[in-house]
Design a binder for this molecule. Structure first.
Ligand SMILES: [Zn+2]
Length: 433
């Protein structure tokens, strides 16, 4: 997932119904505080995984560490789902089936923090390129917090009933891992959950959590487009041979305007070019240009229209320029909208509000994307809540590095405690009846 914005709206009021059910809220607090494991071992897990990250779809080592830890905790472990996906299951009598998820993968980024456990790892990615690797999105912290929550919940098993599914998902950064787990029979091995919980570390003050109902992360599509120039038989003269570079640049620079014109300025729809490659040093002329686009939207009908507008724009401009071949389109990423269910997010927020007191914020719609919701997509239609928890030390110097920055360096202890408590508390809110 991409970076988080840091803007947040503090909750300044508590609705009347939040004052009800005080005994249950007190019980949840007691369960969390009296069953929280020693977090030192999870801080150790975090530092180890941070120093030894795995790039997307190549997470064998990290998956093995998560699986063996779940086994030690007494979970029944299902490894190798959709690549390196891992699910730990713990059945504790009749009750709700709750899925909790963290991500296994790191990013192809050269770490520039000064922490003693910084990564110096390089890996060959799935495309055959050797890359530096860094947990610059904080999935290492998400994993450590999830494992600690799984430990806490197991230790507190006599307080609740139901089933836990602890999911470590591969390949989140390219948003393919959730679908790969489904395609590989995730729900043939474990039951379909009644609800799902996900959380992500981000640049809020450590000790805080942020949640809200409704859309929180945009839908995203990435397109890889090849524009071919020419015809160039016998001459590279631009009067008879179209250069694909200026042609492609012209198309790209007009895309956002074309989209805004088509869907209207009031709709949330953006097109960004994040990659452009044409030619090699020493080439006399260039045959084609490759363009990478990110399209971000909220509404499904607008998403379809924007995709249509972008593809038509390339097609029309290439044909008007007289090139011999239509552009080629490859749809590389399809990340769904992440939109919290009102009832599930309401219950989680209610539990958070009491436990974290003044440290709960209203999450804002963010332009990052996620494939968490895919785990519960149709035909399963599992409702879910997804929130973020803060990682910024009190004395941080601004500007604070955000997710996907080579300088992203979460504070460890309070961040881990907050993430572990938040995940355990959210699960208990549904499992303690
Ligand atoms: Zn992420």
């Amino acid at each position: 997932m991409g970076f988080f914005q840091v803007d947040q709206i503090p909750l300044d009021s508590v609705s009347d119904n939040m004052t009800a059910d005080a005994p249950k809220r007190q019980l949840l607090r007691t369960i969390v505080e009296s069953n929280r494991p020693d977090l030192g071992q999870y801080a150790g897990f975090y530092r180890d995984v941070h120093q030894n990250p795995d790039i997307s779809a190549m997470e064998a080592n990290t998956a093995k560490k998560a699986a063996s830890h779940l086994e030690r905790l007494g979970y029944t472990v299902h490894p190798h789902i959709g690549g390196h996906g891992v699910v730990g299951m713990f059945s504790n009598g009749p009750g709700k089936i709750v899925l909790m998820r963290a991500e296994l993968d790191a990013l192809p980024i050269l770490e520039e923090t000064s922490v003693p456990y910084r990564s110096e790892r390089r890996m060959v990615d799935r495309y055959g390129n050797e890359r530096p690797v860094m947990h610059a999105c904080g999935h290492d912290m998400n994993m450590a917090a999830l494992l600690a929550a799984a430990d806490l919940l197991k230790a507190a098993a006599h307080h609740w009933n139901g089933t836990l599914l602890v999911v470590f998902q591969p390949d989140e950064e390219e948003t393919g891992g959730a679908q790969a787990m489904l395609d590989d029979g995730l729900y043939d091995r474990v039951p379909v959950p009644d609800l799902m919980l996900g959380q992500h570390v981000g640049p809020l003050r450590a000790g805080t959590v942020a949640i809200r109902s409704g859309p929180i992360l945009v839908a995203a599509d990435s397109l890889r487009i090849r524009v071919t120039g020419g015809p160039c038989e016998g001459s590279a003269n631009p009067q008879i041979c179209v250069d694909p570079i200026p042609l492609s640049m012209r198309i790209v620079s007009g895309l956002q305007e074309a989209v805004t014109h088509e869907v209207g300025p009031h709709e949330d729809a953006t097109v960004a070019c994040w990659g452009f490659h044409a030619g090699e040093p020493g080439d006399d002329y260039v045959t084609h240009a490759d363009i990478l686009l990110d399209i971000k939207t909220i509404k499904p009908d607008i998403r379809r229209r924007v995709l249509d507008v972008v593809m038509k724009k390339f097609l029309d401009e290439c044909r008007a320029a007289g090139v011999p071949r239509d552009p080629e389109f490859k749809h590389t990423v399809r990340a769904p909208l992440t939109s919290n269910d009102d009832a599930i997010a309401g219950t989680v927020r209610y539990a958070f509000h009491d436990y974290f007191a003044g440290n709960v914020a209203e999450m804002t719609l963010n332009r990052a994307c996620e494939d968490f919701s895919t785990l519960g997509a149709a035909p399963y239609n599992v409702p879910y809540a997804y929130w973020k928890f803060g990682s910024t030390p009190e004395d941080a110097v601004k500007p604070v590095p955000v997710n996907h920055s080579p300088f992203f360096a979460p504070e460890v202890n309070l961040t881990l405690k907050t993430g572990a408590d938040a995940m355990a508390l959210a699960a208990l809110a549904f499992l303690v009846v």
